[in-house]
Design a protein around this ligand. Structure first.
Ligand SMILES: Nc1ncnc2c1ncn2[C@@H]1O[C@H](COP(=O)(O)OP(=O)(O)O)[C@@H](O)[C@H]1O
Ligand SMILES: [Mg+2]
Length: 238
């Protein structure tokens, strides 16, 4: 028999609610395989960001089981969950969360600073910086022109690409993007998604991408829709 790797995400009968609140998420079953690309949509307040935080081990479920790469995150203490996330999950935050006093390349290499696994794939600091520059260029930025400028002075589209490179560096198994394209026009959004696809494919990362732009769903092989009520229905796109 061939060796089978655990899915990147395996979620069963998961329920989550904020303290003192009824369930916000109630998901029967969700599996995301290595390298798979999933589009997550739903109205504002439906729990998209909350689900991403569960997948990243920032939040833990109220009930049910959530395993990432075979690891039940609820069984890890907070510190171990943080280390697990640093090694295995690249997160593109909605507000990008770039560090204003670091340069562009340093912001990207930050993605592996807390991760022995991601550093091990890249090598020493020079190799990490080389990969940071390669990623930023592959995502469409002129790194030489931009590296000396404060990152907070970059345009939204440029900051988004820096945040994406930081998430991708060191090839984490799971890349999560929370509405990273909402400030861009439709053409720029689609172009960003295509560049992101090329890099997640190169890294072998699975991608979970949240947007409330339904036009982007067509670019993804698979979509999950969170309804305004607390019952989620999976819809497989053709
Ligand atoms: N830290 C929090 N504490 C309590 N409620 C929260 C918190 N964060 C989000 N919520 C609530 O959870 C619900 C879902 O939020 P969110 O996951 O951000 O939705 P979406 O990303 O789909 O817009 C909303 O009603 C929101 O107000
Ligand atoms: Mg959100």
């Amino acid at each position: 028999m061939s060796e089978t790797k655990p899915p990147v995400v395996a979620l069963e009968a998961l329920r989550f609610g904020w303290p003192g609140q009824p369930d916000l998420l109630d998901l029967d079953d969700l599996r995301i395989a290595a390298g798979e690309r999933l589009f997550l949509e739903g109205p504002s307040g439906s729990g998209k960001s909350t689900l991403l935080n569960l997948l990243a081990g920032i939040l833990v479920p109220r009930a049910g089981r959530l395993r990432v790469l075979g690891q039940d995150l609820a069984n890890l203490r907070a510190g171990a969950r943080d280390r697990f996330r640093a090694d295995h999950v690249g997160f593109i935050f909605q507000q990008f969360n770039l560090v204003p006093y670091l340069g562009l390349v340093e912001n990207v290499t930050l993605g592996c600073r807390f991760s022995p696994a991601r550093r091990a794939r890249l090598g020493d600091a020079a190799a990490q910086a080389r990969e940071a520059r390669r990623l930023v260029a592959a995502l469409g930025l002129d790194v030489d022109a931009l590296d000396r400028r404060p990152v907070t002075g970059l345009s939204v589209g440029q900051q988004q690409r820096v945040a994406a490179a930081r998430a991708l560096i060191g090839a984490p198994e799971l890349v999560i993007a929370d509405e990273p394209t909402s400030a861009l026009d439709a053409t720029a959004r689609a172009a960003f998604v295509e560049l992101l696809f090329a890099e997640v494919e190169r890294a072998g990362s699975a991608l979970v991408f949240v947007s409330h732009d339904p036009a982007l769903a067509a670019l993804f092989p698979r979509s999950l829709s969170l309804p305004a009520l607390n019952r989620a229905a999976a819809t497989e796109a053709a």
